[in-house]
Structures are given as C-alpha cells and as structure tokens.
Ligand binder design. Structure first.
Ligand SMILES: *Cc1c(COP(=O)(O)O)cnc(C)c1O
Length: 395
C-alpha cells in the first residue's frame, strides 16, 4: 500500500498507468508489437536517435513499446522512476548483480534467499572474486555487523520463502545509507499492493513477475524498479546479456497487471482465512503467516505491509508418508512449484525444491519432511478450507 497520499489508488494505477490513451484505430488496449527491429525514415533520424534527441525504439533487444507500457505501469505502482523487464525473475536477479557488482566487491544476502539465486552467487559471482555474507533475515544488527568497506549490495526477499520472514526495510535502509550500500528487495511475495519497499527507502525492488504480477500461472517474467541511474545501468547490461522478454509475454503481463489489486485482495483474504484455520487444527504443529500474531515478524509486517499475501507455510504433526497422504488427498490445489496465480498450488518443499539436497543441509535450512507450502489462489476461502479439512483427515 502506498504511503504517499498524492498517489492515486493502486487499483486505478493497475488499470490505467502506463497505457497510452491514444492508440492506433482508437483501440483501448496496448498492441503486441511483434517486430524485431524499428526502421528510420532517413539518416538524420538515426543520428538524432543516437544523440538522444528522439524518443523511439531501435532494435528489439533494447526495447519494445509493449514492454514500455508494462515498465511505466510498474514504475507507478512501485513509486519508482524507471523499470526494466526481463525474461524471468532469475534473469532480473542475475543481470542486476552482473551490472551493479564490481569485481572484488562484497554482497550480503539473507539465509532464506531463493535457491537459484544462492546457486548463482556460489557458482558464478565467486568466479568474479565477489565475496558473500549470509545473515538471518530478522536482524538489522546482523546486517550492520556484516557490512565491510567493499560492501556494495544488500539483497533480500521480503517476505522470504518458505518461512515468510519480513525484513524491517526502513531500519535496514538507515544502516545501509550510512555505508553507501544499495538495498535491493525481492518483493515477489508482497507485490506493490501489500508493500512498496521504494517508499520505505529501498533503492531497487525486484519481482519474479511469473507469480502475482502476471497472476495466471501462464508466463515467466522478471522486473526491476527504482532510481533512474541504477535502473539504466541494469538496462544497459540487459542489452548486452540479452535475457529479454518477448512482446507477447510482455502483453500477457500487462493484461494480468490490470487486475492485480483485486486479485491481491482475494489472495490476502484467503491466506489469512487458511492460516487461521490451520493454526487451530490439532494435527498442525506450526503455521508461518506474517498476518498471524504468532509469526516472529508479525509486528514488522503489520507496520510495513497492508496485506500478507496468499502463501501459508505449515508443518503437520506427521512423517513424510503422512505429509504425502495429505498433499495427495487435496482436490482443489494443483501440486506444483510456484505461487501467485489464480489457481491454488500446494507442495512439500522436501520433495519439490529440496529433494536433491542431503538431509543435514535440509535440516539446517529448516526444511522438515512434513513442511507444506500452500499458495492460495482466488477460489472461495470456504472451499479451500473444506478441502484442506478433508485432506488433513487422511493424515
Ligand atoms: C520464483 C521466484 C524467483 C525466480 O523467478 P523466475 O521467474 O522463476 O525466474 C525469484 N524470487 C522469488 C521470491 C521467487 O518466488
């Protein structure tokens, strides 16, 4: 939720921001610009473009009017100056790190960090001599302690996956600004409807737009939004590294974004209803949902977020076989990785994302055999709860 009273409501921004009122043939919607390149009338036009005197496109790897509409919409929703689109959330993260981390610099990440991001850091950034520190997400003090003279970036999700830890962004930013550290928040689980990290002082906000922003389990995309200088540096790196979204994917994202505000209301309602139901269930050992007072970061979340999203993580009082019986007995959610679409998804992190890790490693990350991640879609909450109820009876 925006803290800026002069901003229009996000439901209005989601529909109208970024769209050109005047389209070819008075169409209401932005067209899919299915073209790889853009022609110039004459050499003077080319020269004017090169000198930054004209605002137009040149070649498909550097931009496309369909993407621009998405970028403008997202900038307004997040309260940032500029945005860039990527082929996936991972591409947004890797391109941003490549663009903003000089060789020999230092990066701080949180322990709940997305697995593939961690892999990129371990396998690729280490080759560039980039040092990494991993800290617990809940502690601003740990962040302060981890800063070195060559620290360039602090990168964290908020909320994190799967424990939905919420980082106190204003507190972290205050510490970071004293040392010139760039704060990048992966806000995939929050969306600009529930939290706008840039308005809390973060420098850049990243999304896997594959999740809530597109919202229909039908495309992959990533985004970065923030201050013009850093976003332009990332945009230039994208032009070289080439991980661009195609115009059809960008158009689907644009379409999905129009309903973001109403979809998030439904995800928030469902997440809270399911979390409360599970917390009272005798076969459920623990529930992690930032909207519940029992969550370790509830106070920070309540101060900083206006809703808590659709993902609920919980541990059942059973073994792996019991957890498998439970998940396999659910009828509404699909058993699949991902989240944020209109269809509910369910997974056991142990079999889905962490199966190929040794048990000791899983234990260190808190991935137990009966841990469940339920990503509520926008179905009716009573139906989701009734389904969970019959499935828990099978444990
Ligand atoms: C899914 C996800 C990613 C990766 O995004 P892709 O679009 O799958 O590449 C990064 N961060 C978070 C928090 C995610 O959920």
């Amino acid at each position: 939720m925006s803290k800026n009273p002069s901003k229009r409501g996000e439901a209005t921004s989601a529909v109208h921001a970024g769209e050109l009122r005047q389209q070819e043939a008075n169409a209401i919607t932005t067209p899919i610009y299915q073209t790889s390149t853009f022609w110039f009338e004459n050499s003077q036009e080319v020269i004017d473009y090169q000198e930054g005197k004209s605002n137009r496109e040149e070649y498909g790897r550097y931009g496309n009017p369909t993407w621009r509409a998405v970028e403008r919409k997202l900038s307004e929703l997040e309260g940032g100056e500029e945005s860039v689109l990527f082929a996936s959330g991972m591409c947004a993260a890797t391109t941003t790190f490549m663009a903003l981390l000089p060789a020999g610099s230092h990066l701080i990440v949180t322990s709940d960090c997305y697995r593939r991001t961690r892999q990129f850091i371990d396998q690729f950034l280490s080759r560039m001599g980039i040092e990494v520190s991993v800290i617990e997400p809940g502690s601003t003090e740990a962040f302060k302690q981890a800063i070195r003279p060559n620290t360039e970036i602090f990168f964290t999700e908020s909320p994190t996956n799967p424990y939905l830890r919420v980082v106190d962004v204003p507190a972290v930013v205050e510490v970071a600004n004293e040392s010139g550290v760039t704060v990048i928040i992966d806000s995939t689980f929050a969306t600009p409807v529930n939290h706008t990290p840039l308005e809390d002082g973060a420098h850049l906000v990243l999304h896997s737009a594959t999740k809530y922003l597109s919202g229909h389990n039908d495309l992959l995309a990533g985004t970065i939004t923030g201050n013009r200088d850093q976003v332009e540096t990332v945009r230039k790196a994208l032009g070289v590294l080439g991980g661009i979204i195609d115009s059809h994917g960008a158009w689907l994202l644009l379409r999905g974004l129009k309903t973001l505000a109403i979809r998030m209301q439904s995800h928030n309602t469902n997440g809270m209803a399911v979390a409360k139901y599970l917390e009272d269930h005798p076969k459920v050992r623990q529930v992690w949902y930032p909207g519940l007072p029992s969550h370790p970061d509830h106070e920070v979340a309540a101060a900083q977020m206006s809703g808590f999203g659709g993902v609920v993580t919980f541990e059942i009082d059973t073994d792996l076989q019991g957890a498998i019986r439970f998940v396999d007995s659910t009828r509404i959610p699909y058993q699949a990785p991902s989240l944020g679409g209109v269809e509910s998804l369910i997974e056991l992190p142990v079999t889905m994302s962490f199966w190929d890790y040794p048990p000791e490693q899983r234990k260190e990350w808190g991935i137990t055999d009966s841990l469940v991640r339920f990503a509520c879609g926008i179905e009716h909450p009573n139906d989701l709860i009734a389904d969970l109820d019959q499935a828990l009876a099978m444990v």
